[in-house]
Write a protein that binds this ligand. Sequence first.
Ligand SMILES: *Cc1c(COP(=O)(O)O)cnc(C)c1O
Length: 402
Amino acid sequence: MHKPSNALGVARDRRPSQPVTLVRPHAATRAAEFFAQKFPGTSMYAVKANPSPDLIRLLWDGGITHYDVASITEVRLVRSLLPEAVLCFMHPVKPAEAIAEAYHVHGVRTFSLDSVEEVEKIVEVTATDGVPATDLTLCVRLRVSSAHSKLSLAAKFGVGVDEAAPVLHAARQAADALGICFHVGSQAMSPQAYSDAMGLVRAAIVSAGVTVDVIDVGGGFPSIYPGMETAPIERYFAVIHRAFEDLPISYSAELWCEPGRALSAEYASIVVRVEKRRDDVLFINDGAYGALFDAAHVDWRFPVDLVRDVESNTKKLAFSFYGPTCDDADFMRGPFMLPADIRAGDYIEIGMLGAYGCAMRTAFNGFGNGETLVADDEPMASNYTVTEPSREVVTSIREARS
Ligand SMILES: *Cc1c(COP(=O)(O)O)cnc(C)c1O
Protein backbone atom coordinates (compact mmCIF):
# COMPACT_ATOMS: atom_id res chain seq x y z
CA MET A 1 0.00 0.00 0.00
CA HIS A 2 1.23 3.50 -0.78
CA LYS A 3 2.29 5.24 2.37
CA PRO A 4 2.00 9.01 2.12
CA SER A 5 5.35 10.56 2.80
CA ASN A 6 5.20 13.83 4.62
CA ALA A 7 6.56 15.52 7.73
CA LEU A 8 4.27 13.60 10.07
CA GLY A 9 5.31 10.26 8.62
CA VAL A 10 8.99 11.19 9.01
CA ALA A 11 8.57 12.34 12.60
CA ARG A 12 6.51 9.32 13.60
CA ASP A 13 8.52 6.60 11.88
CA ARG A 14 12.04 7.89 12.32
CA ARG A 15 12.09 10.24 15.33
CA PRO A 16 15.09 11.89 13.60
CA SER A 17 17.71 13.52 15.82
CA GLN A 18 19.09 15.52 12.87
CA PRO A 19 17.10 17.94 10.73
CA VAL A 20 15.53 16.15 7.77
CA THR A 21 15.12 17.88 4.39
CA LEU A 22 11.92 17.03 2.56
CA VAL A 23 12.00 17.62 -1.19
CA ARG A 24 8.93 17.79 -3.40
CA PRO A 25 9.84 17.01 -7.01
CA HIS A 26 6.24 17.60 -8.14
CA ALA A 27 6.37 21.18 -6.83
CA ALA A 28 9.59 21.94 -8.74
CA THR A 29 8.23 20.48 -11.97
CA ARG A 30 5.01 22.44 -11.60
CA ALA A 31 6.88 25.73 -11.07
CA ALA A 32 9.07 25.02 -14.12
CA GLU A 33 6.07 24.23 -16.31
CA PHE A 34 4.36 27.40 -15.13
CA PHE A 35 7.27 29.64 -16.13
CA ALA A 36 8.03 27.70 -19.32
CA GLN A 37 4.41 27.97 -20.48
CA LYS A 38 3.24 31.32 -19.12
CA PHE A 39 6.17 33.72 -19.09
CA PRO A 40 5.96 35.65 -22.40
CA GLY A 41 9.59 34.93 -23.27
CA THR A 42 12.48 32.72 -22.10
CA SER A 43 12.84 31.79 -18.42
CA MET A 44 16.28 30.89 -17.09
CA TYR A 45 16.80 29.40 -13.67
CA ALA A 46 19.14 31.38 -11.39
CA VAL A 47 21.18 28.47 -10.07
CA LYS A 48 22.44 30.20 -6.93
CA ALA A 49 18.98 29.93 -5.32
CA ASN A 50 19.50 26.16 -5.06
CA PRO A 51 22.18 24.28 -7.02
CA SER A 52 20.84 20.81 -6.16
CA PRO A 53 21.50 18.52 -9.16
CA ASP A 54 18.15 16.78 -8.64
CA LEU A 55 16.34 20.12 -8.75
CA ILE A 56 18.23 21.27 -11.86
CA ARG A 57 17.24 18.07 -13.69
CA LEU A 58 13.60 18.46 -12.59
CA LEU A 59 13.49 22.02 -13.91
CA TRP A 60 14.95 20.86 -17.22
CA ASP A 61 12.26 18.15 -17.44
CA GLY A 62 9.66 20.84 -16.69
CA GLY A 63 10.82 22.88 -19.69
CA ILE A 64 13.55 25.19 -18.35
CA THR A 65 16.32 25.12 -20.97
CA HIS A 66 18.33 28.23 -19.91
CA TYR A 67 20.37 28.61 -16.73
CA ASP A 68 21.73 31.77 -15.10
CA VAL A 69 25.11 30.82 -13.68
CA ALA A 70 27.30 33.20 -11.70
CA SER A 71 30.54 31.32 -11.01
CA ILE A 72 32.72 28.87 -12.89
CA THR A 73 31.66 26.20 -10.39
CA GLU A 74 28.01 26.73 -11.36
CA VAL A 75 28.98 26.67 -15.06
CA ARG A 76 30.75 23.31 -14.64
CA LEU A 77 27.94 21.89 -12.52
CA VAL A 78 25.10 22.68 -14.91
CA ARG A 79 27.13 21.72 -17.97
CA SER A 80 27.93 18.32 -16.41
CA LEU A 81 24.23 17.72 -15.69
CA LEU A 82 22.70 19.17 -18.84
CA PRO A 83 24.96 19.00 -21.91
CA GLU A 84 22.36 20.77 -24.06
CA ALA A 85 21.33 23.58 -21.72
CA VAL A 86 21.99 27.21 -22.62
CA LEU A 87 24.17 28.75 -19.92
CA CYS A 88 24.28 32.51 -19.36
CA PHE A 89 27.05 33.89 -17.16
CA MET A 90 25.14 36.72 -15.49
CA HIS A 91 27.62 37.95 -12.89
CA PRO A 92 28.77 41.44 -13.94
CA VAL A 93 32.26 41.07 -12.41
CA LYS A 94 33.99 37.86 -13.49
CA PRO A 95 37.55 36.55 -13.28
CA ALA A 96 39.14 36.42 -16.76
CA GLU A 97 39.93 32.71 -16.23
CA ALA A 98 36.26 31.95 -15.57
CA ILE A 99 35.12 33.77 -18.72
CA ALA A 100 37.74 31.97 -20.82
CA GLU A 101 36.83 28.52 -19.51
CA ALA A 102 33.10 29.21 -19.82
CA TYR A 103 33.47 30.34 -23.43
CA HIS A 104 36.12 27.97 -24.78
CA VAL A 105 35.30 24.82 -22.79
CA HIS A 106 31.61 24.99 -21.87
CA GLY A 107 30.06 26.81 -24.82
CA VAL A 108 28.84 29.85 -22.86
CA ARG A 109 28.09 32.74 -25.22
CA THR A 110 26.05 35.11 -23.03
CA PHE A 111 27.70 37.31 -20.40
CA SER A 112 26.50 40.24 -18.33
CA LEU A 113 28.62 43.26 -17.44
CA ASP A 114 28.31 46.78 -16.09
CA SER A 115 31.51 48.51 -17.21
CA VAL A 116 33.62 49.14 -20.30
CA GLU A 117 36.53 47.33 -18.59
CA GLU A 118 34.43 44.15 -18.33
CA VAL A 119 33.57 44.38 -22.05
CA GLU A 120 37.29 44.65 -22.84
CA LYS A 121 38.08 41.70 -20.56
CA ILE A 122 35.41 39.54 -22.20
CA VAL A 123 36.55 40.47 -25.72
CA GLU A 124 40.18 39.72 -24.89
CA VAL A 125 39.71 36.29 -23.33
CA THR A 126 37.07 34.99 -25.76
CA ALA A 127 39.31 35.70 -28.80
CA THR A 128 40.81 32.72 -30.60
CA ASP A 129 44.35 33.18 -31.97
CA GLY A 130 43.86 36.93 -31.69
CA VAL A 131 40.59 36.85 -33.66
CA PRO A 132 37.70 38.31 -31.66
CA ALA A 133 34.62 36.18 -31.07
CA THR A 134 31.67 36.97 -33.33
CA ASP A 135 29.01 35.08 -31.41
CA LEU A 136 28.75 36.94 -28.10
CA THR A 137 25.53 38.08 -26.46
CA LEU A 138 26.49 40.85 -24.05
CA CYS A 139 23.93 42.07 -21.51
CA VAL A 140 24.53 45.42 -19.85
CA ARG A 141 23.32 45.34 -16.26
CA LEU A 142 21.41 48.50 -15.45
CA ARG A 143 21.11 49.74 -11.89
CA VAL A 144 17.45 49.89 -10.86
CA SER A 145 15.58 50.47 -7.62
CA SER A 146 14.98 47.70 -5.08
CA ALA A 147 12.24 49.78 -3.43
CA HIS A 148 9.55 47.13 -3.92
CA SER A 149 11.68 44.19 -2.82
CA LYS A 150 12.38 42.47 0.49
CA LEU A 151 16.07 41.94 -0.34
CA SER A 152 17.99 44.68 -2.13
CA LEU A 153 20.25 44.02 -5.10
CA ALA A 154 20.55 47.70 -5.95
CA ALA A 155 23.91 48.73 -4.53
CA LYS A 156 26.46 46.23 -5.71
CA PHE A 157 26.01 45.91 -9.46
CA GLY A 158 24.66 47.85 -12.37
CA VAL A 159 25.49 51.00 -14.29
CA GLY A 160 23.21 53.99 -13.74
CA VAL A 161 21.09 55.15 -16.67
CA ASP A 162 23.11 58.36 -16.90
CA GLU A 163 26.40 56.47 -17.31
CA ALA A 164 25.05 53.61 -19.42
CA ALA A 165 25.63 55.00 -22.95
CA PRO A 166 29.40 54.34 -23.21
CA VAL A 167 28.96 50.82 -21.82
CA LEU A 168 26.10 50.09 -24.24
CA HIS A 169 28.20 51.39 -27.15
CA ALA A 170 31.21 49.28 -26.18
CA ALA A 171 29.05 46.18 -25.75
CA ARG A 172 27.21 46.84 -29.04
CA GLN A 173 30.51 46.97 -30.90
CA ALA A 174 31.78 43.72 -29.42
CA ALA A 175 28.56 41.73 -29.45
CA ASP A 176 26.57 39.82 -31.99
CA ALA A 177 23.50 40.47 -29.81
CA LEU A 178 23.15 43.27 -27.27
CA GLY A 179 21.01 42.90 -24.17
CA ILE A 180 19.98 45.03 -21.24
CA CYS A 181 19.40 43.27 -17.93
CA PHE A 182 18.50 44.33 -14.41
CA HIS A 183 17.41 42.88 -11.07
CA VAL A 184 14.66 44.58 -9.07
CA GLY A 185 15.74 42.83 -5.85
CA SER A 186 14.55 39.53 -4.47
CA GLN A 187 10.92 38.92 -3.47
CA ALA A 188 9.52 41.92 -5.37
CA MET A 189 6.26 42.66 -3.61
CA SER A 190 4.66 44.52 -6.53
CA PRO A 191 4.70 44.12 -10.32
CA GLN A 192 5.35 47.85 -10.46
CA ALA A 193 8.98 47.09 -9.63
CA TYR A 194 9.30 45.77 -13.20
CA SER A 195 7.40 48.56 -14.94
CA ASP A 196 9.52 51.15 -13.09
CA ALA A 197 12.71 49.34 -14.14
CA MET A 198 11.49 49.13 -17.74
CA GLY A 199 11.13 52.92 -17.68
CA LEU A 200 14.87 53.13 -16.94
CA VAL A 201 15.60 50.63 -19.73
CA ARG A 202 13.69 52.86 -22.14
CA ALA A 203 15.67 55.93 -21.02
CA ALA A 204 18.97 54.06 -21.46
CA ILE A 205 18.04 52.88 -24.97
CA VAL A 206 16.91 56.34 -26.03
CA SER A 207 19.93 58.17 -24.68
CA ALA A 208 22.45 55.72 -26.15
CA GLY A 209 20.59 55.33 -29.45
CA VAL A 210 21.52 51.65 -29.74
CA THR A 211 19.69 48.66 -31.20
CA VAL A 212 18.86 46.20 -28.44
CA ASP A 213 18.18 42.52 -29.10
CA VAL A 214 17.45 41.18 -25.61
CA ILE A 215 15.61 42.56 -22.58
CA ASP A 216 16.28 40.49 -19.47
CA VAL A 217 14.09 41.44 -16.50
CA GLY A 218 16.10 39.31 -14.06
CA GLY A 219 14.73 37.56 -10.99
CA GLY A 220 12.72 38.85 -8.06
CA PHE A 221 9.46 36.97 -8.66
CA PRO A 222 7.96 36.36 -5.21
CA SER A 223 7.07 33.20 -3.37
CA ILE A 224 4.50 32.97 -0.57
CA TYR A 225 5.69 33.55 3.01
CA PRO A 226 3.73 34.63 6.12
CA GLY A 227 3.04 38.34 5.98
CA MET A 228 4.40 38.67 2.42
CA GLU A 229 1.35 38.27 0.24
CA THR A 230 1.65 39.47 -3.33
CA ALA A 231 -0.31 39.61 -6.56
CA PRO A 232 -0.43 36.37 -8.59
CA ILE A 233 2.67 35.73 -10.70
CA GLU A 234 0.56 36.01 -13.88
CA ARG A 235 0.01 39.67 -13.09
CA TYR A 236 3.78 40.20 -12.97
CA PHE A 237 4.04 38.53 -16.37
CA ALA A 238 1.30 40.77 -17.80
CA VAL A 239 2.92 43.97 -16.52
CA ILE A 240 6.33 42.90 -17.87
CA HIS A 241 4.88 41.96 -21.24
CA ARG A 242 3.08 45.27 -21.62
CA ALA A 243 6.21 47.26 -20.72
CA PHE A 244 8.31 45.15 -23.10
CA GLU A 245 5.92 45.76 -26.00
CA ASP A 246 6.19 49.51 -25.38
CA LEU A 247 9.99 49.65 -25.62
CA PRO A 248 11.71 51.19 -28.66
CA ILE A 249 13.19 47.86 -29.80
CA SER A 250 12.81 45.75 -32.91
CA TYR A 251 9.95 43.28 -33.28
CA SER A 252 12.44 40.43 -33.15
CA ALA A 253 13.89 41.42 -29.75
CA GLU A 254 13.71 38.71 -27.09
CA LEU A 255 12.37 38.89 -23.55
CA TRP A 256 14.14 36.89 -20.83
CA CYS A 257 13.75 36.46 -17.08
CA GLU A 258 15.93 34.84 -14.39
CA PRO A 259 13.77 33.46 -11.56
CA GLY A 260 15.62 31.79 -8.70
CA ARG A 261 13.32 31.88 -5.70
CA ALA A 262 10.08 31.39 -7.66
CA LEU A 263 11.36 28.17 -9.24
CA SER A 264 12.84 26.64 -6.12
CA ALA A 265 11.24 27.86 -2.87
CA GLU A 266 8.44 25.29 -2.87
CA TYR A 267 10.84 22.43 -3.58
CA ALA A 268 12.05 21.87 -0.01
CA SER A 269 11.10 22.09 3.64
CA ILE A 270 12.84 20.85 6.75
CA VAL A 271 11.67 18.88 9.76
CA VAL A 272 13.44 19.97 12.95
CA ARG A 273 13.21 18.80 16.55
CA VAL A 274 12.64 21.01 19.56
CA GLU A 275 15.49 20.20 21.97
CA LYS A 276 14.45 22.60 24.68
CA ARG A 277 11.89 25.29 25.38
CA ARG A 278 12.69 28.44 27.35
CA ASP A 279 9.51 30.53 27.59
CA ASP A 280 8.82 31.78 24.07
CA VAL A 281 12.14 30.61 22.65
CA LEU A 282 12.56 27.15 21.14
CA PHE A 283 16.00 25.54 20.80
CA ILE A 284 15.84 23.60 17.52
CA ASN A 285 18.40 21.52 15.64
CA ASP A 286 18.81 23.71 12.53
CA GLY A 287 19.62 27.40 12.36
CA ALA A 288 21.59 30.37 11.08
CA TYR A 289 24.50 28.25 9.81
CA GLY A 290 22.07 25.70 8.39
CA ALA A 291 19.01 26.23 6.25
CA LEU A 292 17.77 29.23 8.25
CA PHE A 293 20.41 31.79 7.23
CA ASP A 294 17.82 34.27 5.94
CA ALA A 295 15.63 33.83 9.03
CA ALA A 296 18.61 34.81 11.17
CA HIS A 297 20.23 37.49 9.04
CA VAL A 298 17.33 39.30 7.36
CA ASP A 299 14.49 38.25 9.70
CA TRP A 300 12.83 36.22 6.95
CA ARG A 301 9.64 34.56 8.18
CA PHE A 302 9.22 31.04 6.89
CA PRO A 303 5.92 29.20 7.44
CA VAL A 304 5.94 26.70 10.34
CA ASP A 305 3.72 23.85 11.45
CA LEU A 306 3.77 21.69 14.57
CA VAL A 307 4.14 18.04 13.49
CA ARG A 308 2.34 15.85 16.01
CA ASP A 309 0.14 12.76 15.80
CA VAL A 310 -2.70 14.46 17.63
CA GLU A 311 -2.99 18.09 16.66
CA SER A 312 -2.70 20.62 19.44
CA ASN A 313 -5.86 22.58 20.21
CA THR A 314 -4.05 25.29 22.17
CA LYS A 315 -3.89 28.76 20.70
CA LYS A 316 -0.91 29.92 18.68
CA LEU A 317 1.80 32.05 20.24
CA ALA A 318 4.77 33.88 18.71
CA PHE A 319 8.05 31.99 19.17
CA SER A 320 11.68 32.70 18.32
CA PHE A 321 14.23 29.98 17.61
CA TYR A 322 17.79 29.29 18.71
CA GLY A 323 19.73 27.00 16.37
CA PRO A 324 22.15 24.25 17.46
CA THR A 325 25.55 26.04 17.46
CA CYS A 326 27.18 27.53 20.56
CA ASP A 327 26.88 31.25 19.76
CA ASP A 328 24.17 33.86 20.21
CA ALA A 329 24.16 34.73 16.48
CA ASP A 330 22.40 31.43 15.81
CA PHE A 331 19.05 33.09 16.51
CA MET A 332 15.91 33.45 14.40
CA ARG A 333 13.63 36.17 15.74
CA GLY A 334 10.48 35.18 13.88
CA PRO A 335 7.75 35.55 15.03
CA PHE A 336 7.02 31.89 14.29
CA MET A 337 3.41 31.12 15.23
CA LEU A 338 3.12 27.73 16.97
CA PRO A 339 0.72 26.14 19.50
CA ALA A 340 1.16 27.27 23.10
CA ASP A 341 1.79 23.74 24.39
CA ILE A 342 4.79 23.01 22.15
CA ARG A 343 7.58 21.30 24.11
CA ALA A 344 10.93 19.54 23.86
CA GLY A 345 10.69 16.43 21.70
CA ASP A 346 8.11 17.95 19.33
CA TYR A 347 8.89 18.26 15.63
CA ILE A 348 8.30 21.35 13.51
CA GLU A 349 8.10 21.55 9.73
CA ILE A 350 9.57 24.78 8.33
CA GLY A 351 8.47 25.39 4.75
CA MET A 352 9.58 27.22 1.60
CA LEU A 353 13.26 26.48 2.15
CA GLY A 354 14.03 25.36 -1.40
CA ALA A 355 15.32 28.86 -2.24
CA TYR A 356 18.21 30.40 -0.26
CA GLY A 357 17.59 27.86 2.52
CA CYS A 358 18.98 24.41 1.91
CA ALA A 359 21.55 25.99 -0.45
CA MET A 360 23.13 28.02 2.37
CA ARG A 361 23.97 25.16 4.78
CA THR A 362 27.40 24.98 6.34
CA ALA A 363 28.97 22.30 8.51
CA PHE A 364 29.93 24.84 11.19
CA ASN A 365 30.24 23.42 14.71
CA GLY A 366 29.54 19.89 13.49
CA PHE A 367 25.94 20.43 12.45
CA GLY A 368 24.32 20.32 9.04
CA ASN A 369 24.44 16.76 7.75
CA GLY A 370 20.87 15.48 8.01
CA GLU A 371 19.05 13.21 5.58
CA THR A 372 17.05 14.23 2.50
CA LEU A 373 13.77 12.41 1.78
CA VAL A 374 11.12 12.77 -0.90
CA ALA A 375 7.68 13.99 0.20
CA ASP A 376 4.57 13.70 -1.94
CA ASP A 377 2.27 16.13 -0.16
CA GLU A 378 1.79 19.77 -1.08
CA PRO A 379 4.30 22.46 -0.07
CA MET A 380 3.12 24.72 2.77
CA ALA A 381 2.13 27.36 0.21
CA SER A 382 2.13 27.46 -3.57
CA ASN A 383 1.97 30.09 -6.27
CA TYR A 384 1.06 27.46 -8.82
CA THR A 385 -1.94 25.60 -7.46
CA VAL A 386 -4.95 25.94 -5.23
CA THR A 387 -3.61 24.70 -1.90
CA GLU A 388 -5.68 23.35 0.98
CA PRO A 389 -7.24 26.40 2.64
CA SER A 390 -6.35 25.21 6.16
CA ARG A 391 -2.97 26.87 6.17
CA GLU A 392 -2.81 30.32 7.73
CA VAL A 393 -0.59 31.64 4.98
CA VAL A 394 -2.79 30.48 2.13
CA THR A 395 -5.90 31.92 3.71
CA SER A 396 -4.28 35.28 4.09
CA ILE A 397 -3.08 35.34 0.50
CA ARG A 398 -6.56 34.52 -0.71
CA GLU A 399 -7.87 37.47 1.28
CA ALA A 400 -5.16 39.72 -0.06
CA ARG A 401 -6.03 38.74 -3.63
CA SER A 402 -9.81 38.97 -3.40
C1 LIG B 1 20.04 36.20 -7.43
C2 LIG B 1 19.85 36.53 -8.85
C3 LIG B 1 18.70 36.06 -9.54
C4 LIG B 1 17.58 35.32 -8.86
O1 LIG B 1 16.84 36.18 -8.06
P1 LIG B 1 15.48 35.70 -7.33
O2 LIG B 1 15.10 36.86 -6.51
O3 LIG B 1 15.82 34.50 -6.55
O4 LIG B 1 14.49 35.40 -8.41
C5 LIG B 1 18.59 36.35 -10.89
N1 LIG B 1 19.54 37.06 -11.54
C6 LIG B 1 20.66 37.53 -10.92
C7 LIG B 1 21.65 38.28 -11.71
C8 LIG B 1 20.83 37.28 -9.56
O5 LIG B 1 21.93 37.76 -8.94
